[in-house]
Ligand binder design. Structure first.
Ligand SMILES: [Zn+2]
Length: 315
C-alpha cells in the first residue's frame, strides 16, 4: 500500500512515493520560492500529480515547518514561508482527488525514525534534532504526540536556565540556546577566546575569519580538546533536558538527529552522564537508551507518507 510524502522546506520541496516498509519508490525535488506561498501550493499539487501517475497511492501527507492545527488541515504559522492560517488541506483537496493530511515536519521525521529507524522496537521514543536550532518529536504508546492544539513537541523551547539567554521564540533560557549547533559555536568561540585548550579553535578562527559548524565538527572528529570541551558543555545541557523529559514522558529511547549528532558517541557520553546526575529518583528509574538517528535523508518524506497512509487506512 503506497502513499506520497511531501516535505516542504525553506529551500526545497522534496516528494516521494513510499511503500509500507518505508522504501521510497519514486522521488523528486524542486527549489522553494519561500516568498511565493501560492506558488508552493501549485508546486505541491503538480508534484503529487506527477508522483501518483503510475503508482496506486491511497493518500498523500504533506510535512511543513511551523504550527499545524490538531485536525491536520491548517498551517497556523510557518517561520520561513509567509503562510498565516493557511487552509492547506482544503487548498490541496480542492484540486486533488486524494486523501490529504498535513503534519509538522519535525513530527513527520520523528515518526519515520519510530517506524523504520532507531525507534522501531520501542513504544515510547523522544527525538531531539540538533541542527542550527533544536527540534523535537515524541511518540508515546505507539502514537505520534501532537498535543491538544496540534502545536506539541516543540522540545527546543523547554526552559533549562531561568532568566537565561534570550531565545528567538521570545522566551529566555530555552534548551535551543544551550543545546543547538548555534550554541556549540558560541561555546567554541568562548573557549577560543581563553587560549589553552582553545588554541586550535582560535587558530582556525583566525585563518577563516570565523568559526563554522564544519570546522568545529572537523576538530571534534580529530578529538581536539577545545572542540571536545564545547561538545561536552552541549551534552551537559542536553542531558539535563532529557532528565526533565524522562520525568514526564518516560521514553525507552532518546534519539539524537541533526548535523551535530554526527559526533556520535562523543556527544552521547556527556548527555548520558548529565542525564544520570540530574534524573529525579535516580537509581529507581530504568535507564533509557541514548542513540543516534538512523534515517538521515528523506525522513520527512517517509514520515509524512506513512502518517497519511496510517490515517487513510484507519478510517
Ligand atoms: Zn525558545
Amino acid at each position: 500500500m503506497q502513499a506520497i510524502g511531501i516535505d516542504i522546506g525553506g529551500t526545497k520541496i522534496a516528494g516521494g512515493v513510499v511503500d509500507e516498509n518505508g522504501v521510497i519508490l519514486a522521488e523528486e525535488r524542486v527549489p522553494t520560492d519561500a516568498s511565493d506561498p501560492q506558488g508552493i501550493v501549485d508546486e505541491v499539487v503538480a508534484m503529487i500529480e506527477r508522483l501518483r501517475a503510475g503508482h496506486d497511492v491511497v493518500a498523500a501527507g504533506v510535512a511543513a515547518p511551523g504550527f499545524i492545527d490538531a485536525q491536520q488541515s491548517l498551517v497556523y504559522y510557518t517561520p520561513n514561508i509567509s503562510w498565516r492560517n493557511e487552509p492547506l488541506r482544503r487548498h490541496l483537496t480542492e484540486r486533488l482527488d486524494l486523501a490529504i493530511t498535513i503534519d509538522n515536519d519535525a513530527n513527520a521525521a520523528g515518526w519515520a525514525e519510530f517506524r523504520f529507524g532507531a525507534g522501531r522496537d520501542v513504544s515510547d521514543m523522544t527525538v531531539l534534532t540538533i541542527g542550527t536550532g533544536v527540534g523535537g518529536a515524541i511518540v508515546s504508546q505507539g502514537r505520534l504526540f501532537r498535543g491538544g492544539f496540534g502545536a506539541g513537541a516543540e522540545l527546543g523551547h523547554l526552559r533549562v536556565v531561568p532568566d537565561g539567554l534570550p531565545c528567538g521564540c521570545g522566551a529566555h533560557g530555552c534548551i535551543e540556546q544551550y543545546g543547538s549547533g548555534r550554541a556549540l559555536l558560541r561555546m567554541a568561540n568562548e573557549i577560543a577566546d581563553v587560549g589553552g585548550i582553545g588554541l586550535a579553535l582560535a587558530a582556525a578562527r583566525t585563518r577563516d575569519g570565523k568559526l563554522t559548524g564544519h570546522t568545529v565538527g572537523r576538530l571534534i572528529a580529530e578529538h581536539d580538546p577545545g572542540a571536545l570541551s564545547a561538545l561536552r558543555q552541549l551534552g551537559f545541557w542536553l542531558g539535563q533536558a532529557c532528565a526533565s523529559l524522562s520525568a514526564v514522558l518516560d521514553p525507552q529511547i532518546f534519539v539524537f538527529g541533526g548535523g551535530v549528532a554526527e559526533a556520535g558517541e562523543l556527544l552521547l557520553a556527556p548527555i548520558r552522564e548529565a542525564y544520570l546526575t540530574h534524573l529525579p529518583a535516580r537509581g529507581y528509574h530504568p535507564e533509557p537508551d541514548f542513540v543516534i538517528a538512523q534515517l538521515v535523508n528523506d525522513a520527512g518524506v517517509v514520515g509524512a507518507a506513512d502518517l497519511a497512509r496510517v490515517h487513510a487506512t484507519a478510517r
